[in-house]
Design a protein around this ligand. Structure first.
Ligand SMILES: *[C@@H]1O[C@H](CO)[C@@H](O)[C@H](O)[C@H]1NC(C)=O
Length: 221
């Protein structure tokens, strides 16, 4: 291979590897406070950055995580988010936070975060938590957690938390992305818009179409 072609080859390799980056990039500066208005801004990682000289403490601040979310919904849980959408200073920093409230016997239903590992701490109450490993094992790794206990949900794996106590429970969790994303399994599979054909779901779940239609009715928007 001639040296000119080798340089082209290396450039293509570098380009290909940058296109398949699967996690938030390392920040290339101290911070990059996200702004909506691109006036005098630089485009980085999907958000425009504010001129760093104009950054203020409020760009890195959020209040209200002492206030419980309303858990009077069918699942009996509520996730209050503190990611780049609420704290623009998190842009490019690869981290975020949630507060999760659980009614007695409330459930944070099976879901995955496509872009983040999660480390959860129980502040109050007791939670039965677990995640399932990928194919072909699909092993459930689960545990009952109490006040002060910490548990890790690895990136991308389906996981849940269920309040097994008679009292409300509260947990906080750190996530390794400024924008972890959430895919709630039941909502994605049975509540997509437009719906996935019941022929597909009946075959996938090996049940009668009537069962699929019932589930779709529960989750359709
Ligand atoms: C979560 O709680 C907030 C604050 O009380 C409320 O506005 C929101 O509708 C709740 N979400 C769900 C899914 O119940």
């Amino acid at each position: 291979m001639g040296s000119k072609y080798f340089v082209v080859f290396l450039t293509l390799c570098a380009l290909a590897s940058s296109l398949v980056l699967a996690s938030d990039p390392s920040p290339l500066q101290d911070f990059c406070v996200a702004i909506a208005e691109p006036k005098d801004a630089v485009f980085v990682n999907g958000k425009f950055c504010k001129n760093p000289k104009l950054a203020t403490a409020d760009d890195f601040f959020l209040k209200g995580l002492n206030i419980p979310g309303d858990t009077s919904n069918p699942q009996g849980s509520n996730v209050t988010q503190a990611n780049v959408a609420q704290i623009p200073g998190l842009n490019t920093l690869g981290i975020s936070l949630v507060r999760i409230d659980y009614a007695p016997y409330g459930l944070n239903p099976p879901h995955t975060h496509p872009r983040a590992t999660e480390v959860l701490q129980v502040v109050y109450g007791s939670l039965y938590v677990g995640f399932v490993t990928s194919n072909p094992e699909n092993r459930l790794i689960s545990k009952v957690l109490y006040e002060g206990d910490v548990f890790v949900f690895p990136v991308g794996l389906i996981h849940f938390q269920f309040n097994v106590g008679k009292t409300p429970a509260v947990a906080f969790a750190g996530l390794s992305s400024q924008n972890p994303g959430v895919i709630t399994i039941a909502n994605a599979v049975f509540g997509s818009n437009p719906p996935i054909s019941d022929d597909v779901l009946a075959k996938a779940f090996q049940v009668d179409k009537k069962v699929v239609d019932l589930l779709q009715a529960q989750f359709s928007k």
